[in-house]
Design a protein around this ligand. Structure first.
Ligand SMILES: CC(C)(COP(=O)(O)OP(=O)(O)OC[C@H]1O[C@@H](n2cnc3c(N)ncnc32)[C@H](O)[C@@H]1OP(=O)(O)O)[C@@H](O)C(=O)NCCC(=O)NCCS
Length: 173
């Protein structure tokens, strides 16, 4: 079985047909993502069908957050030398309208956390960060344990928590 549900976006994927209902997320996959991939600003992974229609996609990038941006409880345990803390940004995640409500958003999120966790074994990253696009997205991420970062709309899930999640799912195999 494949390690991941998704694959890197490639030219065969029918990007122009993707519609999730949020224009900025549709526009991004239709027009901008290619440039971002070329410039190494983001990696994009898609779940597609045999006709190369995109059912859903997400993007991942390296990012940093300052000590001040994280909750004090966690900050206190970190060495002061790290002013900027390494994180993985789950920049975008969307499911095509035709496929919503079938569990694909959840599967895409788990797939992205799995990639982020495995990458953190090669290049350090202490947490996955998301920047929810609206209040519905906030409730979606809250459902999966993401915690609000103080003073920003961003949310995070510590890599340690993701590690426990991944270990748990491995144990069930
Ligand atoms: C948010 C989004 C990714 C969810 O995708 P989906 O495939 O419909 O979600 P799923 O069917 O996998 O739902 C998984 C769980 O999340 C819940 N859920 C889905 N959308 C939710 C929302 N907006 N708020 C709260 N919970 C939500 C479901 O009820 C389900 O719960 P369950 O596991 O207890 O049954 C999708 O609606 C979407 O693409 N929205 C537009 C883009 C967006 O908001 N992206 C996220 C931020 S960039």
């Amino acid at each position: 079985m494949d390690r991941y549900l998704t694959e890197p976006l490639n030219p065969e994927h029918r990007r122009a047909d993707f519609t999730c209902g949020i224009p900025s997320l549709d526009n991004y996959i239709q027009k901008q993502v290619g440039q971002d991939i070329k410039r190494k600003l983001a990696a994009c992974f898609v779940l597609s069908n045999e006709k190369n229609e995109i059912k859903g996609y997400y993007t991942l990038s390296n990012a940093g957050i300052t000590r001040e941006q994280i909750p004090e409880k966690i900050r206190k345990k970190l060495p002061r030398a790290y002013y900027s803390l390494p994180v993985t940004l789950l920049g975008r995640l969307a499911v095509d309208e035709r496929y919503k409500g079938q569990g694909l958003g959840k599967l895409l999120l788990i797939d992205s956390l799995k990639r982020a966790f495995e990458a953190s074994g090669v290049i350090g990253s202490m947490t996955v960060v998301v920047d929810p696009i609206d209040t519905e997205a906030v409730s979606f991420y809250q459902r999966f344990g993401f915690i609000q970062l103080p003073d920003s709309g961003k949310m995070f899930l510590p890599m340690k928590t993701i590690e426990l999640l991944m270990r748990g799912s491995d144990d069930q195999k």
